[in-house]
Design a protein around this ligand. Structure first.
Ligand SMILES: [Zn+2]
Ligand SMILES: [Zn+2]
Length: 264
């Protein structure tokens, strides 16, 4: 696990570069805000998120992957109690963690205090690969604490947690990308994965659309729990992305960080 951080960073930067390039070649929607300002803000937020996780690691030295190693040492968690073939354990870990993230996302929309934090993500008026990294540091910290708790309950092999985190980050970057996929490819991919067109529906200002498509990696949970909405009513070009009372302030860092504490 020594090279884990470097491998993850390499995959992140590589995928980010590929998606950013594809966005310029095959854009889905015209942008409303100045990209340079949005990108600086969204990148500053991810740097603050990384710092937050480093600080959290001082209080909880074992973040998700460390928690899996610790749970194994202590014999804690379901998978450390029962003997399953490795492949079954890895698949089950990925499914359970992805379902947990789906449920967590739905809850952040339903609980007013959590929605105040999560709306920082939704305040982006344009969606692109940097929207995937635009989560308030408090949301990132809460999410990590929840994930650590779940890992102790599950007791998965550590690299299954790494694989899941890479999958989640990768799919989040992919499904926020302002990317025009051929319709046949979108249809095929979304049988399993959340595609950009599917996740864009969730970023609509329209409440009904906004209360749907909570998935990040697998598209199955929304279909299973009837929160799946295939397309926006107004179409992808004419739909409005963001929050109802939107202006261009979400492009600035200070405003975005203070948003959870504002009435608007
Ligand atoms: Zn959301
Ligand atoms: Zn999103």
């Amino acid at each position: 696990m020594e090279n884990e951080a470097i491998i993850r960073l390499g995959i992140f930067i590589g995928l980010f570069a590929v998606l950013a390039l594809l966005e310029t070649l095959l854009p889905r929607r015209a942008r409303r805000d100045r990209t340079s300002r949005r990108w600086m803000t969204n990148w500053a937020i991810v740097l603050l998120d990384t710092l937050t996780l480093r600080l959290l690691a001082l209080a909880l030295p074992l973040l998700a992957v460390g928690a899996a190693i610790d749970a194994q040492r202590l014999g804690w968690g379901l998978f450390n109690q029962i003997d399953l073939p490795l492949v079954v354990e890895v698949i089950a870990t990925i499914l359970i963690l992805d379902f947990a993230i789906w449920a967590q996302h739905l809850i952040t929309h339903k609980v007013p205090f959590l929605w105040r934090i999560h709306r920082v993500h939704h305040a982006d008026r344009d969606m692109d690969v940097t929207t995937a990294i635009r989560f308030h540091p408090v949301e990132i910290a809460l999410s990590m604490v929840l994930k650590i708790g779940l890992v102790y309950l599950l007791g998965p092999v550590a690299w299954a947690v790494v694989a899941f985190e890479i999958l989640l980050n990768g799919t989040a970057m992919f499904n926020h990308a302002n990317l025009r996929l051929p319709l046949w490819l979108d249809r095929a991919l979304r049988l399993v994965l959340v595609t950009p067109d599917m996740h864009r529906v969730h970023h609509s200002v329209d409440r009904v659309e906004h209360d749907s498509n909570y998935g990040f990696a697998l598209s199955w949970w929304d279909r299973l729990f009837r929160t799946y909405r295939p397309q926006p009513l107004q179409g992808h070009d004419d739909m409005t992305v963001g929050l109802e009372w939107q202006d261009d302030r979400p492009s600035t860092l200070g405003w975005s960080l203070a948003l959870p504490f504002r009435r608007k």
